[in-house]
Design a protein around this ligand. Structure first.
Ligand code: SDX
Length: 429
């Protein structure tokens, strides 16, 4: 670390406080505030807008320039030339695999795609109309009951097996949550297929006939998983890190990530975008909804717009928009009314002073739902698919933390409640 420093002068404290400043490879420098507690001071940063919670080498985002790098590789290059499992390897191990490494990695994932037959019975405990994200929170957390006692998180091999189990089983569990909701039999994974092809097979295949998955649609599904793979210290990844910092097993940590992702401000936005587009219903009503989004007294927000970090285009949204055009053209749905509404909404929003001033651009969730709907995925499954893609990011960050030195995460607070007071007997209140 460098010997740069910041000097803090605080009213009421005679001595200035010197705080070390550290510089990363690229991106903002950080001020190490560890010395503040000795001066009876905390930092205050609700929502962690200006807080670097950890050091990481996995993903870098430049929000001003709309740049997203996974281990240094730009997301648009990975989306064009790579595939999801190769990107999983990159995120986990830091380098692109050679041919043998890639084949071994894919083969190992294939060895873990099935789930224990007992897990199939968990689904029967849910109502058929349960939201698939509720099911996923339950069944992924339940994986802890099958593996946590065969997992020493300090053992690198155990951590690797947990990573393979989670990456491989998430599509199987996700497809099972869909099949359960429509009363169709679960489909077993078919390891002769690619990762995304296998997922679509488990989603839409039936025991009555062989699956015929269009390579174009499988590629689109794979690209969606790839674009959702990781995104630095977002809310769900930070949740996984915090859960992992207590020493909890990775299955419980990933279940906590799924729960955090579900919110409409985060991964739940893709489902909310589709519901919003359907509520708008026609391009003639867009102005009404844009006006509501700008009205401080109306809680409505344009779902799929805005981002804590991106104050420029989300590079994933650009790729997703291209993929939406390709998939809808492939399916002969170029005139999909929802796509027309989405494109017109984007045009209007991007030329509106409010959105320009607040730097609100389409994010990863704005176009993904249109592709998923065109693939025949029900809206309620959109966030589940986000969770499938993000599992590798969550596990890569968990592993990066656990394999290094770490302490339990324990933030403090600005307390504005009562100072100490004595108990009042009932007859004195
Ligand atoms: C994801 O962190 C990640 O990396 C997340 C993610 C990932 O890959 O993990 O990228 C995935 O979660 C993408 C974001 C999906 N969410 C949505 O699309 C929901 C709609 N957008 C928002 O609610 C909002 O933009 C957030 C949650 C994404 C960001 O919220 P911030 O950073 O806390 O910003 P803010 O709520 O303070 O908004 C700043 C201003 C506010 O106005 P003022 O109070 O300053 O007057 O912009 C306004 C907001 O009212 N604003 C919006 C808006 N988003 C922000 N106004 C209308 N519509 C919107 N969508």
């Amino acid at each position: 670390m460098s010997d740069m420093k910041a000097t803090l002068k605080v009213d009421g404290i005679d001595e200035a406080i010197d705080l070390p400043v550290h510089e990363g490879t690229i991106g903002p420098r950080v001020v190490d505030v560890g010395a503040l507690t000795a001066n009876d001071l905390f930092t205050y940063d609700p929502g962690f807008v200006s807080t670097a919670a950890c050091e990481s080498q996995i993903t870098y985002i430049d929000g001003a320039k709309g740049v997203l790098l996974h281990r240094g590789y730009p997301i648009d290059q990975l989306a064009e030339h790579s595939d999801y499992l190769e990107t999983c390897y990159l995120l986990l191990y830091g380098e692109l695999p050679d041919k043998d490494q890639k084949e071994k990695f894919v083969r190992t994932v294939h060895n873990h795609t099935m789930v224990h037959e007992q897990i199939r019975t968990f689904y029967n405990g849910f109502r058929r109309d349960a939201h698939p994200m509720a099911i996923m929170c339950g069944v992924v957390g339940a994986l802890s009951a099958f593996y946590h006692d065969s997992l020493d998180i300090s053992d690198e091999h155990h951590r690797q097996v947990a990573a393979f189990r989670l990456i491989a089983k998430m599509p199987t569990l996700a497809a099972m949550s869909y099949k359960f909701s429509i009363g169709q039999p679960f489909m077993y994974p078919d390891n002769s297929m690619g990762y995304a092809e296998n997922f679509l097979h488990m989603m839409f295949g039936t025991p009555c006939e062989p699956s015929r998955i269009s390579p174009v649609l499988a590629k689109a599904m794979d690209r969606i998983f790839l674009l959702h793979a990781d995104h630095e210290q977002n809310a769900s990844t930070s949740t996984v890190r915090l859960a992992g910092s207590s020493g909890a097993n990775p299955f419980a940590c990933i279940a906590s990530g799924i729960a955090a992702l579900w919110g409409p401000s985060h991964g739940g936005a893709n489902e909310a975008v589709l519901n919003m587009l359907e509520e708008i219903g026609d391009v003639s009503r867009i102005d009404e909804f844009v006006a509501r989004a700008k009205d401080k007294n109306d809680p409505f927000r344009l779902m799929g717009f805005g981002h804590r970090v991106y104050k420029n285009f989300d590079p994933r949204a650009k790729v997703m928009k291209e993929a939406a055009d390709e998939v809808l053209a492939e399916l002969g749905m170029e005139n999909d009314p929802l796509l027309a509404i989405a494109k017109r909404l984007e045009e209007i929003a991007l030329s509106d002073e409010y959105f320009i001033e607040k730097k609100l651009y389409p994010n990863v969730d704005f176009y993904s739902g249109i592709i998923l709907k065109a693939l025949g995925i029900p809206t309620s499954m959109f966030t589940v698919i986000f969770a499938v893609g993000r599992t590798v990011g969550w596990i890569a960050h968990w592993n990066e933390m656990i394999s290094g030195s770490y302490r339990i995460g324990r933030p403090r607070q600005l307390y504005t409640g009562y100072a100490q007071r004595d108990y009042l007997p009932l007859d004195k209140r």
